[in-house]
Design a protein around this ligand. Structure first.
Ligand SMILES: *[C@@H]1O[C@H](CO)[C@@H](O)[C@H](O)[C@H]1NC(C)=O
Ligand SMILES: *[C@@H]1O[C@H](CO)[C@@H](O)[C@H](O)[C@H]1NC(C)=O
Ligand SMILES: *[C@@H]1O[C@H](CO)[C@@H](O)[C@H](O)[C@H]1NC(C)=O
Ligand SMILES: *[C@@H]1O[C@H](CO)[C@@H](O)[C@H](O)[C@H]1NC(C)=O
Length: 500
């Protein structure tokens, strides 16, 4: 009994601090700037507290765009918390521009709202020193000297970003905080009667992580939620890296097998694709491969003049993401790289104070969400292990980058704010939601979805029997089923496998 009281008081306090905050302003919908070419599209700039827990009355802002429902009395709003380059607004625009988009069918009953959260919104940009970001410092180190160099490099980058961005935003970019921002938007969608103000969501990739951050804190307002491309934030750092690396390595092998069968694949005539790939990696390790088609003054398309091993591996992982429909391009790009032109794999070349690719924002969030190695010995031990377990891709993954680059990250508290940890509330109190994974996802391993399914007994997990990062949106059974969950809240059989 006695132990319960403090937590009750705490949760009441947390509630009042949100409820009283000045950022409880109704969303003010206006025409978008620049105006949207599509009808029924509106935008809003919405204030959110830098730090929900402290009750600070200082605010940053996020951007919101919605397409109004075709229904006279919409059932609610479906939120897209993220999308390409982390922008939910980009995802919404992509859906709008595609007249066969299955998501747009939901407009029969719902508004659909894309979110550009803090750090992604043009109203709260992350700013960093582009010159220093363009310096190349490997994240996999061979000795203490290289480790120290990496340590100093990312420390300096972080200090400069913090200075240029402002410390309040820089220090509060974790996904948990962003989940609270999304709740604030839901609450303030005051045009809808309160019974229709539930959290309906399509959360893809990082959007799925935002969705999980939401439901683990707030279960009461959950509506119909579909999460696809799921990463498990409840496992330790080594498990996080292992899951992603295994998924990347295995998908690459499936790509090779696809290429052996597919006569249109640019590498079809290579006698041994694993050997071909290993040779190419060895070449990039000795000296970066030239990228003659890259310009360094080409705005959002600017890219580096050459490609290191690390840059190539991370790029190959992204090229695997669309699954077989995107693999012809990967094959061609690998072929060109072996002929001395790796332009397709070249990393972005930063030119301004802000970053159109959201690379900076994702590292800042990554360093607040994921626990890094403690020291050189832990890092090199992990490297050595990954090199053996994933011999083709050597352990290069996005989560490895956070694990290495965030070691020297300046932190206000001594710990990683939102590092991996158990769910905040017992999984059984989380209402039903749909988890989706493809059988073979090169970025967010199916392992994450299965692990979360085990922790949230009411969650329903379904698979698509294919390779690729995310399944929602492609025409087929899965998208149809996900839409019917969003429409009706009626779930498919747990464990169902869809072929399309
Ligand atoms: C969808 O767009 C395509 C290409 O822009 C066009 O050919 C087609 O007629 C459009 N379909 C509908 C139903 O508007
Ligand atoms: C940006 O970084 C470069 C070195 O990479 C340094 O010379 C320059 O002073 C930095 N600029 C600012 C504004 O900190
Ligand atoms: C560390 O490794 C780099 C790259 O292999 C090498 O150039 C350098 O000499 C090494 N330094 C020490 C102290 O071993
Ligand atoms: C690769 O590009 C960098 C600029 O990012 C340049 O300094 C370096 O000389 C280039 N290396 C090769 C091998 O072309």
């Amino acid at each position: 009994m006695c132990r319960r009281i403090p937590s009750l008081i705490l949760s009441l306090l947390a509630f009042t601090s949100i409820a009283n905050s000045q950022s409880n302003k109704p969303l003010k919908w206006v025409g978008c700037n620049p105006p949207s070419p599509y009808p029924n599209v509106q935008c809003a700039k919405h204030p959110v507290s830098y730090d929900w827990l402290s009750g600070l009355s200082q605010y940053t802002a996020m951007s919101v765009m919605r397409v109004k429902s075709r229904a006279e009395k919409p059932k609610g709003t479906i939120f897209l918390p993220s999308g390409p380059k982390r922008s939910g607004i980009r995802l919404l625009k992509q859906y709008l521009g595609d007249n066969s988009s299955a998501a747009m069918e939901l407009l029969d009953e719902y508004h659909i709202t894309g979110l550009d959260v803090r750090g992604i919104s043009e109203h709260s940009p992350i700013k960093c020193n582009a010159t220093r970001w363009n310096r190349r410092v490997p994240s996999m180190v061979k000795n203490v000297t290289q480790f120290n160099r990496m340590w100093r490099h990312w420390r300096k980058i972080a200090e400069e970003c913090r200075e240029m961005t402002g410390e309040l935003l820089f220090d509060h970019m974790d996904t948990f905080t962003i989940g609270q921002d999304v709740e604030n938007v839901r609450y303030n969608d005051w045009e809808l009667p309160s019974k229709n103000r539930k959290m309906h969501m399509i959360g893809l990739s990082w959007g799925a992580q935002i969705g999980l951050a939401y439901v683990e804190k707030i279960s009461a307002y959950m509506g119909n939620i579909v999460l696809d491309g799921i990463i498990d934030h409840t496992q330790g750092p080594i498990s996080t890296i292992m899951a992603e690396s295994t998924a990347f390595e295995t998908t690459l092998k499936h790509f090779f097998a696809w290429c052996e069968v597919e006569s249109s694949c640019a590498l079809h005539n290579q006698p041994d694709l694993e050997h071909f790939f290993t040779q190419l990696a060895a070449q990039a390790e000795i000296e970066p491969i030239r990228a003659p088609r890259c310009k360094q003054n080409d705005g959002e398309s600017s890219c580096r003049p050459n490609v290191s091993l690390e840059e190539m591996m991370l790029s190959v992982q992204r090229y695997l993401a669309p699954g077989p429909p995107g693999w012809p391009l990967l094959a061609e790009s690998l072929w060109e790289a072996s002929r001395g032109d790796a332009s397709a794999f070249s990393a972005h070349w930063f030119t301004g104070e802000s970053d159109p690719t959201a690379t900076w924002a994702s590292l800042i969030t990554g360093c607040q969400d994921w626990i890094p190695a403690r020291d050189f010995f832990e890092l090199s031990g992990t490297q050595r292990t990954m090199r053996i377990l994933s011999p083709l891709t050597r352990g290069y993954t996005q989560s490895f980058l956070y694990y290495a680059r965030c070691i020297s990250w300046p932190r206000k508290q001594k710990k990683v704010q939102n590092g991996q940890r158990p769910l905040l509330q017992e999984g059984k109190s989380i209402k039903p939601l749909l988890l989706v994974t493809s059988a073979l996802d090169p970025i967010t391993s199916a392992q994450g979805a299965v692990s979360l399914r085990a922790q949230i007994p009411q969650a329903v997990l379904v698979f698509t029997n294919k390779a690729g990062h995310r399944s929602y949106g492609a025409p087929g059974d899965l998208t149809y089923i996900a839409n019917s969950v969003l429409r009706t809240g009626g779930f498919p059989q747990d464990g169902s496998v869809y072929q399309t």
